[in-house]
Write a protein that binds this ligand. Structure first.
Ligand code: ZN
Ligand code: ZN
Length: 251
């Protein structure tokens, strides 16, 4: 009986140590954040995991919807929706698709307030920005919801906008949330647009070209609503920036 209990405790300790070891490896520099292999060069990923990331290279230039192939020639690379409708966004840069391992990383950043996950996401984004179109002169982040910020213990969009402004050497202009909005989860495209319509304002005059930032772009409703507020504050060109884009067949 006692032996059985001891064996159980040993097993519990083994699990606890394995968990701790895993957490330490994720938290320590020098290890790939995805496969835990030792890495060099100051990046938190190994070359194989970097190559295997769900990159969003063939995408609509306006809304970053993944495209089946990259069109060549003089025509811009637009998805069917963007060919049919005007957008307040001039272009969108979302270097990754919201899939696979990236979902886990973004959830660690957003729901567990894991700063290393946030740092890896920032590094992935800035590493890919050398391929990006010219960005704007100022960054405007999506203002957080008071209730959700309190629940999670931090405002992840403010964290992201502040650090991006710093790294890209752009000025940070705060936007104002005019009302709290219910979660977008479970809403269709139209429902999402209605939910965030007129939800934001920018009270300072903006330069001609600005960047609006969010962590994940799903249908683009939130970033489009913020872009509308930016245009009302004087921006003529609004580029959207997000870590990742959810392909429309997954919404
Ligand atoms: Zn790896
Ligand atoms: Zn599009």
């Amino acid at each position: 009986m006692i032996d059985g209990r001891m064996a159980g405790m040993n097993q519990t300790w083994r699990y606890a140590l394995a968990w701790l070891n895993d957490r330490l490896k994720r938290a320590l520099p020098g290890y790939c954040a995805f496969c835990h292999a030792a890495v060099r060069g100051g990046v938190p990923w190994c070359p194989d995991c970097y190559a295997d990331m769900p990159w969003n290279r063939h995408a609509c230039m306006r809304c970053a919807e993944p495209l089946p192939r990259l069109d060549v020639g003089d025509t811009p690379n637009l998805c069917g929706r963007c060919l049919r409708r005007e957008s307040v966004l001039s272009e969108t840069w979302a270097p990754l698709r919201y899939e696979e391992r990236l979902v886990r990383l973004i959830q660690r950043f957003k729901f567990s307030a894991d700063p290393r996950a946030g740092e890896i996401l920032l590094q992935l984004m800035t590493a890919s920005l050398s391929e990006a179109p010219t960005l704007g002169e100022a960054i405007v982040g999506v203002p957080g919801q008071r209730e959700r910020t309190r629940e999670r213990g931090f405002d992840h969009t403010a964290w992201l906008a502040t650090r991006l402004a710093d790294r890209l050497r752009l000025s940070l202009v705060p936007a104002v949330r005019l009302r709290e909005t219910p979660s977008q989860r479970g809403l269709d495209r139209l429902g999402r647009r209605r939910n965030v319509k007129h939800a934001f304002a920018v009270t300072r005059p903006l330069p001609a070209a600005v960047v609006v930032v969010d962590d994940v772009m799903t249908t683009g409703a939130t970033l489009e609503s913020l872009a509308t507020a930016c245009r009302a504050a004087g921006a003529e060109r609004v580029t959207a920036l997000a870590f990742a884009r959810t392909p429309s067949n997954r919404i």
